[in-house]
Design a protein. Structure first.
Length: 443
């Protein structure tokens, strides 16, 4: 039996699918190359359109309403102490678990189950330092100071607002196209270019890490994973259950095990990462956790060389998405997405607005302009939303009140409500209060 692989897990903030390999107009050479050597998941979705809840799902294999992170860590939400985490399970399986850079799952990173939780992330331009710290960790492995196998999670910040001035040349605002759901103004174009500049900075640092890894003796037995927590920080994306808020990149490269240039078009979810990594690491999951997990091992979908204990993997038919709290108070939305349909249930209004534009967006040109020019924003949200994703990729035509779609509406509603009841979602009981004690913003 081959030894379990090392795992290098890299994650960015607020990036969605805005990479060259996913068709983005600005190229990301390092990540595009990683995708060409490995597998790209085209229909991967976060469990939530915000940082802590979606990251908590990757860490625990549980949706936000079960993992304890129904809002942001800096607003007082935290993982319960009895939650088993991915690094804890891998540590128990004999892995040296290491955290480098940003995490947003707990106010105290030492509680997350890493053998080496590192120190809090470094502020502006920290991706350069994070890349150096990761390379130093590789040095320790080569010198025998850290025994294999290892699990190293590396967190990058720059693609989160405020999009600080970076070291990479930004595109010219006149040379980019603006998504149809954003107002096309000079200021919005400049804002998009600031994001692209930060994206290029992160891609450069990821490239440095990957280039160094290729020189190491342990590279051939290292599974590299890249993903992000949710969609980018623009109106009608972050903090919405629309695809720009929850559609996320997922790339995996494992030399000799995953054929290069592959794509997976089946649905996958943030809750799938824990069972996937535990399976390849041969990490045992306690029976109680196994019963609660909503995820599945997705690597067999990527390669015929990888089997899930000899069992045939049945692709997902649906993913579930949710939002409860961000920074505008109680904002309960639950959703179900298939390849063709999306159903959203809004459990409470949020005033005279269709959806939340977070504070880090509302104070910038795209947020201000969107509020002014989009009449749909200043409407109370409907109780139910239904979108035909094949014929309405913009999710602009709500079919929930269309009698001709009553059958699919009822079916998706029933599936969502059955899931919420089975997983004991507290939103079914009424308003979910925020914690009284606030947490730290920088972890």
């Amino acid at each position: 039996m081959n030894p379990p692989p090392n795992i290098l897990f890299m994650i960015t903030h607020d990036t969605g699918i805005h990479l060259g390999c996913y068709g983005e107009q600005v190229k990301t050479p390092a990540l595009d190359d990683l995708a060409s050597k490995g597998v790209k998941f085209n229909n991967n979705f976060s469990t939530a359109p915000q940082c802590s809840p979606s990251r908590g799902s990757m860490l625990t294999g549980l949706p936000p309403h079960q993992n304890g992170l129904m809002g942001l860590v800096n607003r007082g939400w935290n993982l319960p102490e009895n939650n088993l985490t991915l690094p804890e399970l891998l540590t128990n399986a004999g892995y040296h678990t290491k955290l480098v850079g940003l995490q947003h799952e707990h106010g105290d990173r030492s509680t997350l189950g890493y053998v080496d939780p590192g120190t809090k992330w470094d502020a502006p331009f920290f991706s350069r330092r994070i890349a150096k710290k990761t390379v130093k960790f590789f040095d320790k492995i080569e010198r025998g100071k850290v025994e294999e196998p290892f699990y190293c999670k590396v967190g990058f910040f720059e693609t989160h607002r405020p999009f600080l001035t970076g070291r990479r040349k930004r595109p010219d605002p006149e040379d980019i196209s603006v998504p149809d759901y954003l107002p096309d103004t000079e200021e919005v174009r400049k804002e998009l270019c600031r994001f692209y500049g930060m994206l290029k900075e992160v891609d450069c640092r990821i490239g440095q890490v990957l280039e160094d890894l290729e020189k190491r003796s342990f590279a051939k037995n290292t599974l590299v994973i890249f993903t992000t927590d949710h969609g980018w920080a623009f109106p009608r994306a972050k903090c919405t259950l629309l695809d720009p808020g929850v559609h996320t990149a997922l790339i995996m490269h494992w030399p000799g095990m995953i054929e290069g240039g592959r794509t997976v078009n089946e649905l996958s979810s943030g809750v799938d990462l824990l069972p996937t990594l535990c399976s390849i690491a041969r990490a045992n999951m306690p029976g109680e956790l196994g019963k609660r997990l909503e995820g599945m091992n997705v690597l067999p979908l990527a390669s015929s060389k990888i089997v899930d204990h000899g069992e045939q993997v049945t692709p997902r038919e649906r993913v579930f998405i949710e939002l409860t709290h961000h920074d505008s108070g109680f904002n309960p939305m639950r959703g179900i997405r298939t390849k063709k349909w999306k159903y959203i249930r809004n459990f409470a209004p949020i005033g005279k607005k269709r959806f939340e534009i977070p504070r880090d967006i509302i104070n910038h040109p795209s947020g201000k302009t969107y509020k002014l020019v989009n009449p749909n924003y200043h409407q109370e949200r409907p109780l139910e939303e239904l979108y035909d994703l094949v014929h309405d990729s913009m999710e602009s035509n709500n079919l929930a009140t269309d009698p001709s779609h009553l059958e699919i509406l009822s079916a998706l509603r029933d599936q969502l409500m059955a899931y919420l009841e089975r997983t004991a979602d507290p939103v079914l009981e009424g308003p979910v209060p925020e914690p009284k004690k606030r947490g730290k913003l920088i972890m």
